[in-house]
Design a protein around this ligand. Structure first.
Ligand SMILES: NC(=O)C1=CN([C@@H]2O[C@H](COP(=O)(O)OP(=O)(O)OC[C@H]3O[C@@H](n4cnc5c(N)ncnc54)[C@H](OP(=O)(O)O)[C@@H]3O)[C@@H](O)[C@H]2O)[C@@H](O)CC1
Ligand SMILES: [K+]
Length: 505
């Protein structure tokens, strides 16, 4: 199935190779023609981003190196001071790259030497591209470390060397680039951390591959078009048709979380919001949430939801169109047992967040197996690690693999939060947020996200679309909240207040 209109496709290395092969074999476009356009495009990116000074190209033996040699020729012909350094002996290079070497005017390429990087105003990384696999091996590893240590900014051809184009994983040395010239389409690894941190700005270079190629990408960026899919209020709307969200959570000391989830759901357009929380805490919600309903639920006498509350919870959610389970729930064993009992019994779309997720740790498959309605899980790396029983550092190393694994096991849609928020479907499809909203790096913004997604699902959006609309609106609200004074000092309440503007754009 092709990606929805609001997703901008990203390619894995294998998919790019398939497209290249198709263009060459089926559309009779010669490799050197593709390489010529890639090199010209790369030269254009260099001219725009680094218009003056010496350009030092560091070229590997594959076609990525060939692209660099074309760009070096184009810039030399335009009068730029250009040097080409080869990582491997010229005779080891692929035939297409060797052919380009012969066309290079001016000084011959020389073997790589770290000292030569000192004279560069800009370094162009053409060592490894989509043909690379695994940790960089010698001599590429040493060269990559030297480029990383050099003072001059680095621009990458197609993908920063050391970054896995398909996964964004970085197993050994890699180069932090100010920009990456992505040929044909950006590769997935440019948008997934840690690879994303190395890619810098991503400039897309058209290399003349026609439409209609063979690859059916399964990953893409969430585009602004997703907000056009959000149902809007109209003349015949009622508070119920706008979306009825019920939030179950809260505990002594953790009343802010469900309150923010509720406010976020309302600001994202839900017309009717209920908070179900420990009975002794009812007043704190009543005074804060003027527009929401509050239902006091059985508790242990110390402000924690009690496992005996299953039936009252099911009663509280009976008219809801979507439920958010977990904000402020706490790790109290009784409350966790309640969450495990409630999750399979909710017959509307369910968002599980925060301590609701911790309740599912290690039992994802069993607990969610009985659900007949879609589920969205919204973990950060630590919570995903607990769900899958792996270290959070391991999740951070391979974010794409782990989010897909959790979605496959749980049959839920999994939203792995971060600057590169990843939304994985059980099918393996992944939608990726562009990110770049540092204002969101503060307490409570996760509670806001679960409320926004809850509102989208309550409005009846299909689950993948609703989750992505929620992620996009939340991101944009984070950017709007930071606009007047920068990201520092943004608090989650500012993000909530910015949601209507984010959704109206
Ligand atoms: N195909 C096309 O039509 C077009 C492709 N285009 C461009 O080509 C790029 C892909 O080119 P590519 O496939 O030649 O591979 P590329 O990334 O240059 O180098 C791989 C070389 O490195 C080696 N190597 C591998 N892993 C390694 C490691 N871990 N550590 C060290 N070395 C390693 C491996 O050799 P090995 O030692 O494994 O035999 C191989 O020689 C793509 O990104 C785009 O820029 C454009 O020009 C448009 C047309
Ligand atoms: K590269």
């Amino acid at each position: 199935m092709s990606l929805p209109r609001w997703m901008e496709p990203l390619l894995e290395a294998g998919e790019m190779r398939e497209i290249d092969r198709w263009a060459i074999n089926e559309r009779t476009i010669a490799v050197d023609e593709l390489m010529e356009r890639a090199g010209e495009g790369l030269a254009g990116v260099i001219s725009r981003r680094a218009p003056a000074g010496r350009v030092v190209f560091v070229c590997g033996k594959g076609n990525n190196g060939g692209d660099g040699i074309v760009a070096a020729r184009v810039l030399r012909q335009a009068g730029r001071d250009v040097e080409v350094l080869l990582v491997w002996p010229a005779e080891w290079m692929g035939s297409d790259a060797q052919a380009q070497l012969k066309k290079l005017p001016g000084a011959k390429p020389v073997a790589f030497e770290a000292g030569r990087l000192n004279k560069a105003q800009v370094i162009v990384d053409c060592v490894l591209g989509t043909g690379s696999s695994g940790k960089p091996r010698s001599p590429a590893d040493q060269v990559i470390s030297e480029m990383e240590a050099a003072k001059a900014p680095v621009i990458a051809a197609d993908v920063p060397s050391g970054v896995d184009a398909t996964t964004g994983e970085v197993e050994g040395p890699a180069v932090h680039c100010v920009a990456t010239a992505a040929f044909h389409r950006p590769k997935v690894g440019l948008w997934v951390r840690p690879g994303k941190e190395y890619a810098g700005e991503v400039d897309i270079v058209d290399i003349g591959i026609p439409r209609g190629g063979p690859a059916r990408p399964d990953a893409g960026l969430i585009g602004s078009g997703v907000l056009r899919e959000v149902p809007r209020r109209g003349a015949t709307s009622t508070k119920f048709s706008s979306g009825n969200v019920c939030i179950i959570g809260g505990s002594r000391g953790l009343t802010g979380a469900p309150a923010m989830t509720a406010l976020a759901a309302m600001r994202a357009g839900a017309g009717y919001v209920t908070v179900g929380a420990p009975a002794s805490l009812e007043l704190s919600f009543t005074v804060r949430l003027l527009e929401a309903m509050v239902v006091g639920l059985p508790e242990d006498g110390d402000g924690h939801l009690d496992a005996s509350g299953l039936e009252p919870v099911l009663k509280a959610v009976v008219r809801a169109d979507a439920v958010v389970l977990g904000p402020g729930l706490s790790k109290n064993p009784q409350s966790q047992a309640l969450a495990r009992a409630v999750a399979p019994r909710i017959d509307v779309p369910l968002v599980v967040d925060a301590d609701g997720l911790n309740a599912l740790a290690g039992q994802l498959e069993e607990i969610l197996a009985g659900r007949r309605w879609p589920t969205v899980l919204t973990p950060h790396a630590g919570e995903l690690g607990r769900l899958l029983e792996v270290d959070s550092a391991e999740v951070e190393r391979s974010r794409l693999r782990h989010v897909r694994e959790a979605a496959a096991i749980s049959k839920a849609f999994v939203v792995l939060k971060g600057d590169d928020t990843l939304v994985a479907a059980p099918s393996g499809r992944v939608a990726i947020s562009r990110g770049r909203a540092p204002g969101l790096a503060t307490a409570g913004t996760g509670d806001v996200l679960s409320g926004v997604i809850g509102a989208m699902l309550a409005k009846g959006m299909p689950v993948a679309q609703g989750a992505c609309a929620g992620v996009y609106a939340h991101l944009r609200a984070g950017q709007i909240a930071a606009a007047p004074h920068g990201p520092d000092g943004v608090i989650a309440s500012d993000v909530i207040a910015s949601l209507p503007a984010a959704l109206s754009a």
